[in-house]
Ligand binder design. Structure first.
Ligand SMILES: C[S@@+](CC[C@H](N)C(=O)[O-])C[C@H]1O[C@@H](n2cnc3c(N)ncnc32)[C@H](O)[C@@H]1O
Length: 375
């Protein structure tokens, strides 16, 4: 399976298929470029400029929604033709071969009428780091320098690859920080009681000696519990090589790669698939299709995710309402067997409502747990 992005010393190269997908007739591009120019200096640039300033002060991806929200309420005037997809704003950073100089960038996805586009912003001082991110420079509809920054507008078709790239960089950086400085202390990592409860739910139901695949294990705490306490045979797929390295130290067999290609990363069938605070980074269509293919008959799928409740500290993570996840599962032949929400507080856990009235509790409790079966 091709790695979604290769880091070649200080250069970043996107796979060719991403570039091929962006091809459009030159006249169409020029027309869109002109439309963009007409609106470019309004809402988008203000958001971008402000976010870059925040990043320079070492704010991470996980703080972004808070700042974007504050900024939005304080400064932005209306630019009705532009619809910014705030939940999908991505921060990333390219580093040189020694990992010393960090070149921060931000991707802001937005819609202009029917067009889906991405604004990439970076500092001109770091231009060399971004040169190869798009092999075909004509994919940049237009580019503008504003103060210390370069604003590049491009087609949205690249966006999923860009998203993967940013997610991977963020988690690589995160894995290298000491625990106390990590921004992403997920509920599973940060709350041992919650972690224990989740391991219990999965471990008891699936049973000892069974084959489990975890998607996005991060540093592998939950997976270590499943393998040592519940004696299960655990494998994992992790996008970030640095996270995978830490999980391996816990004795987990980790395949480094993109879970959207899970069928080509693992072999044989699994008794259970676990998504431990990772489903929001994934495309449900592809993921559930592939999950179906690698689950054994009667296999189980466990999702631990964030609800639509506001104020979650994680950006770039899509928070789907329960009914959307349940519909996507049903579409791919999975039957929801159990769903409930949790309020994990250090030292204890409050369990909220069950499936039937989750539409209310998902607005109050931050964690959603779903168990589905392959029927
Ligand atoms: C919020 S973290 C959760 C980590 C861990 N399970 C925990 O609970 O602490 C999400 C993890 O999913 C991984 N991830 C994101 N997109 C992925 C993909 N496409 N394939 C595999 N792993 C992915 C990230 O690298 C990250 O380690």
């Amino acid at each position: 399976m091709p790695d979604p992005v290769h880091l070649l010393t200080n250069r970043v190269v996107l796979p060719r298929r991403a570039v091929a997908a962006t091809g459009r007739p030159a006249a169409e591009k020029a027309a869109l470029g002109r439309r963009l120019q007409a609106v470019h200096n309004s809402e988008l640039q203000r958001v971008g400029f402000h976010i870059l300033r925040l990043l320079e002060n070492e704010h991470s991806l996980f703080d972004l929604p808070r700042y974007v929200d504050r900024f939005y309420k304080t400064y932005i005037y209306s630019a009705p033709q532009v619809k910014i997809l705030y939940d999908d704003i991505q921060e990333g950073a390219a580093t040189n071969e020694l990992g010393r100089r960090k070149a921060p960038f931000v991707y802001i996805p937005f819609e202009l009428g029917d067009e889906s586009l991405v604004l990439r912003i970076h500092d001109p001082a770091f231009r060399q780091y971004f040169g190869d991110m798009l092999r075909d420079p004509t994919e940049i509809l237009f580019e503008q320098r504003v103060g210390d920054n370069i604003y590049q507008y491009m087609w949205r078709e690249d966006y999923e690859d860009i998203r993967q790239y940013a997610i991977r960089l963020v988690f690589d950086a995160e894995a290298r920080l000491p625990f106390a400085r990590q921004n992403n202390q997920t509920y599973i990592r940060g709350n041992p009681e919650f972690r224990g409860l989740m391991a219990h739910q999965i471990g008891e139901l699936v049973g000892a000696g069974k084959r489990i695949l975890s998607i996005g294990p991060g540093q592998g705490e939950l997976e270590a519990l499943l393998s040592t306490q519940y004696l299960q045979n655990v494998e994992a797929i992790e996008l970030s090589p640095a996270m995978a390295a830490v999980a391996r130290e816990q004795g987990i067999r980790v395949h480094v790669g993109d879970a959207h290609q899970m069928t080509s990363l693992v072999s044989g069938h699994f008794d259970a698939l676990v998504f431990p605070e990772s489903i929001g980074y994934l495309n449900l269509e592809t993921i559930f299709q592939q999950s179906w293919a690698i689950l054994a008959p009667g296999g189980k799928l466990f999702i631990i995710t964030y609800t639509i409740k506001d104020g979650q500290p994680i950006a770039g993570y899509r928070r789907q309402p329960y009914r959307e996840l349940a519909a996507a599962l049903a579409k791919h032949g999975f039957q929801v067997e159990r769903a409930r929400t949790f309020i994990p507080i250090r030292g204890r856990i409050a369990i909220s409502r069950e499936q039937a009235d989750i539409s209310q509790s998902e607005k109050e409790a931050p964690i959603l747990y779903i168990r589905a079966g392959k029927i």
